[in-house]
Design a protein around this ligand. Structure first.
Ligand SMILES: CC(C)(COP(=O)(O)OP(=O)(O)OC[C@H]1O[C@@H](n2cnc3c(N)ncnc32)[C@H](O)[C@@H]1OP(=O)(O)O)[C@@H](O)C(=O)NCCC(=O)NCCS
Length: 145
């Protein structure tokens, strides 16, 4: 796609991200994103990107490097969330965002990238599969209380 610019995510991108998230999920999560971007530290802002088309933010990816949380070493990186505005999907934007993040994580010493996807979220599963992701060693456990 022409005129796509991938750049670091900034706190000022809040409105655009809330809007994309709402279009993708069908519900507004402004407070969630406000909190998330507010607590985003310098490190996370280095590993999170947006895609701009003609100056408008139409996609984002949030990544991070593990600081030994969950007992995993800092050679582990995470993809937290990825979203592309419906009108701009299937044009390679998520691929461009993920490639930039992967390049960045690699330069920070990351050797493996983790992400969590709902088992029935086919779009995301297909996307990650197309990016070369496979099932990992971690098992997701939960207890309903
Ligand atoms: C999954 C998602 C990020 C893909 O974005 P995208 O920009 O359309 O992805 P790309 O164009 O880079 O697609 C790359 C590859 O992924 C796969 N893929 C992407 N979307 C797909 C879909 N809906 N169905 C099947 N395969 C898909 C394809 O293999 C595709 O390659 P191709 O176009 O050559 O076939 C986008 O559909 C999205 O934002 N979905 C909602 C995600 C979500 O719920 N996020 C949490 C809240 S924001």
């Amino acid at each position: 796609m022409d005129k796509v610019r991938i750049r670091n995510l900034k706190k000022e991108d809040l409105n655009a991200i809330v809007e994309i998230d709402q279009k993708v999920l069908g519900q507004s999560r402004r407070e969630y994103w406000e909190r998330k971007l507010e607590t985003m530290d310098a490190r996370a802002s280095q590993t999170s990107f947006v895609a701009e088309v003609e100056g408008r933010v139409v996609g984002f990816i949030l990544g991070d490097v593990s600081g030994w949380e969950f007992g995993v070493p800092d050679t582990i990186g995470w993809i937290d969330t990825i979203g592309v505005e419906p009108d701009y999907q299937k044009k390679g934007l998520a691929t461009a965002l993920a490639r930039e993040l992967i390049k960045n994580l690699k330069s920070l010493g990351v050797k493996t990238i983790y992400t969590l996807v709902r088992w029935d979220d086919w779009d995301l599963l297909q996307f990650f599969r197309a990016m070369g992701f496979a099932r990992g060693d971690m098992i997701n456990l939960e207890l309903k209380i």
